[in-house]
Design a protein around this ligand. Sequence first.
Ligand code: UDP
Length: 239
Amino acid sequence: QEPKITYNRVMLKISGEALMGDQGFGLHPPTVQRIAEEVKSVRDLGVEICMVIGGGNIFRGLQGSAQGMERTTADYMGMLATVMNALAMQAALESIGVFTRVISAIPMDQVCEPYIRRRAVRHLEKKRVCIFAAGTGNPYFTTDTAATLRANEMACQAVFKGTKVDGVYNKDPKKHADAVRYDTVSYDECLEKNLGVMDATAIALARDNKLPIVVFSLDEPGGFRAILSGRGTYTKVGG
Ligand code: UDP
């Protein structure tokens, strides 16, 4: 029997790269569909779900600017990439009967809704999955910061960051066999040791608003649902 879920409303943050499967770039539709199923299984428990999806599988501002493009222009391209990912996820969710709204920080009315906080809250109350796209709408930020910002605005109880590893380690577990996973770690320790959970802006915003960040593996089938019911391995950033 599954333990009782203590969460009513959560933010799921995934990187754009999580959608590319084994490809080196872009979207891998079966992978998008698999993640949509994970989201549905949590939605089916009655949990209200916000999502932020990165854009790194398509475009990253820093890479563009390293190649000589103006940083702000490159960042806007990165934000547009997140809109594409959001639309792909919306299509995957709606194909399995999950009502979804894509809500963009940069208005583009023909494509999706503009961000209006009260309207987004209403969607959540009606059990629609809200995918917040175009990051914060500002260059020089990341989608981790967007996830933390929207999670605060929507009064989410935690940000769940789905990654390729099952938590936060003292060093890269893919490179070091003796890497140790933290069960819990403080915001300040993440910042001091540069643990790579999220960028510093995102962590500081979570810390200042006492918003927990739960890092877990998205590669584990049923992982998101398990973590929400307190099972499986993960790291909780807080305190
Ligand atoms: N971005 C931005 N402002 C934001 C969020 C994102 O300028 O508020 C741009 C930035 O260029 C970033 C790109 O969008 O590189 C994609 O987002 P991110 O790198 O966070 O995606 P992820 O690594 O999660 O796939």
